[in-house]
Design a protein around this ligand. Sequence first.
Ligand code: IPE
Ligand code: IPE
Ligand code: MG
Length: 263
Amino acid sequence: MSREQLLEWIPAGHPDEALARQVDFERLPAHIAVIMDGNGRWAAKRHLPRVEGHRAGIDAVRDTVETAARLGLGVLTLYAFSVENWKRPASEVGVLMRLLKRYLRSELNTLLANDIRFQVIGRIEELSPDIQDELGAARERTADNKGMLFNIALNYGGRAEIVDAAKRAIASGIRPEQLDEERFAGFLYTAGQPDPDLLIRTSGELRVSNYLLWQIAYAEIYVTETLWPDFRRQHLLEGVLAYQKRERRYGGITPAPAVIGAQ
Ligand code: IPE
Ligand code: IPE
Ligand code: MG
């Protein structure tokens, strides 16, 4: 999409308008990955049970997905549930799964209206059959959309993904001498997708928590103190603007050195 599509969604004179006007649409991140963190702390600050933070986090998901689609991102990946999150009380896990189901049902029309393709990354086969059905339905209904790809990382672990990729590589019969980084990436859940250019984590924690370990090799990291349920269009735009000020080097030096002897 474009600046126009973003601006038509922002009420005139709203502070986000100034942010939207600063975005360089020629230099958008191709892929933004988000660690949605801080729901429990958001609830604790209000003396509410943790699950109320998860419930409130749905509004942040809605706003972020639509902002990202209107910006014209290629891929948005949201970390919803890690393989380590099973350590939490069963009641909390149950609420998270029910919220996911409700989100998919209520937001399918928004995904379709915004031409968003939905997909899941993670060990989906370990989730309960009803959740798998719901995810499969959302994936199929949006499969022909041509706009942004929206990945939900669910029962996801970066190390698990790398192990799964190694197993798939072996099962494919590929010979060791044929394997390189590009081919290996083709066995990951994110095969064919660009790596995240920008990794956003909310709630101030300075860690990656087993998220997209392979793919974030050269991602720019942006950490905001904002707790996930408070995250909105403004915060995503601030993240993009911060990213656009970064100088990316990929191990080289900048500015690019003049080639000695070039005419
Ligand atoms: C993020 O919020 C949501 C999930 C991990 C599912 P948390 O539940 O981790 O919230 P905090 O970190 O305890 O505040
Ligand atoms: C990371 O958040 C996982 C998700 C956002 C789904 P956690 O809250 O689980 O991470 P840690 O435990 O603080 O590292
Ligand atoms: Mg957390």
